[in-house]
Write a protein that binds this ligand. Structure first.
Ligand code: NAP
Length: 342
């Protein structure tokens, strides 16, 4: 285990903000993870597990305990017969590397989630999704260390209670209970990508691809993401900052009277609105608040153009939430997780 002291969290997050971690440990195996947990217990330190740091906003106060990063990144494929292959990947593997390797083997199931930043270990936390494909659709099980009972456990899809950008790891009483070390997915052999989203269909059509291969769909997704998202290597950001709000059909009908062009999609008996559109209509796109900003490309992306603090970003998010609520009566909820704010 590599244990360091006083590490700037800004080096570990794509927002490039956050105070200092008192201790930071990178662990490569389950055994090393146990060593790190033991160290935290012995010294009565609170623990926080970090992945790619691409979906979190850590307070400027930092973290007074031990921040752990699971860096083991092995990926293995196992043939399950005529139709499927199971793939097991360690928490520290890069999510997009897993997609790339799967597409290379012509395995269908996660190709539309190409280009999502972050690690495999973070993928179940908010049940990542893009273009109508979600992690839960191909998820079989995961291994995690259960801090409550003090041993490694295996959790099934049902145990994880996945829902729209959510799971037991993100909200509810078991938040913070598990350290995910490995996930297993089941992917399909000989299947084409299933594309439903208009934005992606149109992009594929423009390229003359009516029935794309997995690798053509992957390339198209990566291109589209490049147009609509900010590159964290260039400007600090965490992708979509807010989830899309789910409202009742009655609420939609009320909104349609004033906003007949409001984008909406059916969602499990309710209606999903598009946060990016709502934010744009409040005039925030491209605007600054203190040192934080809203991307000019995409109103759903909040950025740190260089000198923003986590507080600046949090204040901006709160201001946007307030304005969207005032204009539309709809409450935005962050997709990004807030760490260390009281
Ligand atoms: P888009 O295709 O322009 O669509 C705009 C919004 O409408 C999306 O938020 C999407 O919801 C929703 N939508 C579009 N077609 C839909 C359909 N047929 N059924 C249900 N909902 C539909 O979106 P985009 O901005 O280019 O993003 C493309 C995909 O990548 C989206 O799924 C988005 O969530 C995902 N993405 C995720 C992140 C992230 O940081 N987590 C960042 C960028 C993009 P959903 O968001 O629920 O799919």
């Amino acid at each position: 285990m590599r244990l360091k002291r006083n590490i700037p969290i800004s080096n570990l997050t794509t927002f490039k903000t956050g105070g200092t971690a008192r201790y930071y440990a990178e662990v490569d195996t389950k055994k090393e993870l146990l060593g790190a947990i033991e160290f935290a217990k012995r010294n009565a330190l609170p623990m926080f597990v970090i992945g790619g740091g691409s979906d979190i906003l850590v307070s400027d106060k930092g973290h007074g305990g031990l921040v752990i990063k699971y860096s083991g990144n092995r990926i293995s494929f196992s043939d399950e017969g005529k139709d499927s292959v199971s793939v097991t990947a360690e928490a520290g593997a890069d999510w997009d590397k897993l997609v790339e390797e799967s597409v290379k083997r012509n395995l269908q199931g996660i190709e539309l989630m190409s280009g999502i930043p972050g690690t495999v270990g973070a993928s179940p936390i908010q049940n990542i999704g893009a273009f109508g494909q979600e992690l839960k659709d191909s998820f079989l099980k995961l291994s995690a260390y259960d801090l409550k009972v003090g041993r490694f456990v295996v959790l099934s899809k049902e145990d994880c209670k996945f829902s729209y950008r959510d799971s037991i790891f993100k909200s509810g009483k078991d938040k913070g209970r598990y350290v995910i070390v490995e996930i297993t997915l089941v992917l399909n052999k000989n299947k084409k990508p299933h594309v439903e989203y208009q934005s992606l269909l149109k992009h594929l059509e423009d390229k003359g691809l009516k029935s794309p291969t997995l690798s053509e769909a992957r390339d198209a997704v990566i291109e589209l993401r490049g147009h609509k998202l900010e590159d964290p290597k260039i400007i600090g950001n965490a992708g979509s900052f807010f989830k899309n709000p789910i409202v009742s059909k009655e609420k939609l009908n009320e909104l349609l009277k004033d906003y007949p062009d409001i984008p909406n999609h059916p969602h499990e008996g309710k209606v999903k609105l598009f946060s990016g559109w709502l934010i744009e209509k409040t005039g925030w796109k491209g605007k600054k608040h203190k040192k934080a900003a809203v991307s000019v490309k995409n109103a759903l992306v909040l950025t740190n153009p260089g000198e923003a603090t986590s507080k600046d970003i949090k204040d901006l998010a709160e201001q946007i939430t307030k304005d969207v609520h005032k204009k539309f009566g709809v409450k935005l909820e962050p997709e990004v997780q807030f760490i260390g704010f009281d």
